[in-house]
Design a protein around this ligand. Sequence first.
Ligand SMILES: [Zn+2]
Length: 412
Amino acid sequence: MEGKSRCRFCGSVLNYTFVDLGMSPPCESYLKPEQLNHMERFYPLHVFVCDRCFLVQLDEYIAPEEIFTEYAYFSSYSDTWLEHARAYTELMMKQFELNGRSQVVELASNDGYLLQYFVEKGIPVLGIEPAANVAKVAIDKGIPTIVKFFSDELAKEMAAQRKRADLLLGNNVLAQVPDLNGFIKGMKILLKPKGIITMEFPHLMRLMAGNQFDTIYHEHFSYFSFISVQRIFAEHGLTLFDVEELPTHGGSLRIYARHSEDTSKPVSHRASELRDEEMSAGVTRLDYYFTFSERVKETKRKLLYFLINAKQQGKRIVGYGAPGKGNTLLNYCGIRSDFLDYTVDRNPYKHGKFTPGTHIPIFPPEKIGETKPDYLLILPWNFKEEIMKQMSWIRDWGAQFLVPIPEVEVYR
Ligand SMILES: [Zn+2]
């Protein structure tokens, strides 16, 4: 089967398209002014569904080393996300007996946005983060961090150094792992016999229902249903004993896993109910996945129709945010500075840079007060409530908010 990719979990040949978003540059490769006249690398955003295990997945078009070694995403720049991390810490402290002798390990610990709350409670923590520039921020805050990619090899080294975890967590990392089997095998090794794993990732069923095609980008190799992740964990001797549905990132799952040998934690009703819900939605039938592609095209047409009309009426439109997902949307829809004069972001790392592929300049949010545009297109729509509150002062001159997903909508 020359030229065809294989499923990263079960190895079957991938014959079926889930959605094809064309060619896009890596979504975190913001450009400096001097790079604007250079050639840019574009890779396919062609997502497949495996007809044997139903894992929805993107090929490893770009090596993870190229994406994650200098990363522009600092979790601490979002208030909503910090609050989410704090609430998670409280919940874990209450649900499981963690104390000064416990070990919490976070995979993809970013800038220490979450582990800092465990440190406050006196719980020993260890972060693992491959992006050196982001890990440095955590280390400077006093959060011990290993600057490496997590794998079964690293898990063995850590286990040998008595660094096994009572609580092993990873938020928005499972989707970003090319060697999924090696990663989960590593978690099995790193987890103490009675330990608990929690992982959060966008829920495929919500992605489909909410038309969230912009959460597809090169960093996201896998898109999980509960059933698919349950199957993958089971293969590696881990049982999902509970699950929560969260509103984060447009609808995520937080799964709870344990060793399959550890029978002290029975499988919850929530877990079996979600499984039933997914079964009746059709996640184990191929035709379920074939409905998505046409809805994505329709969303693009509606957004462009709105923007073209607004421009014809002489309106000025700017963006809010320069998140990775925004770049999928902008590139797929062909939205450049012909539609958006500029975008703004709270992350100073992005100021003075340009969005990859579409070359829209990025400024600090204060720029909006200077130019007083008519519309503000919210690219990180998963934070739209927070952003509309923060930016409510744009209403002083009659500006309105635009939210592109699940379909274009105006908020006065
Ligand atoms: Zn498969």
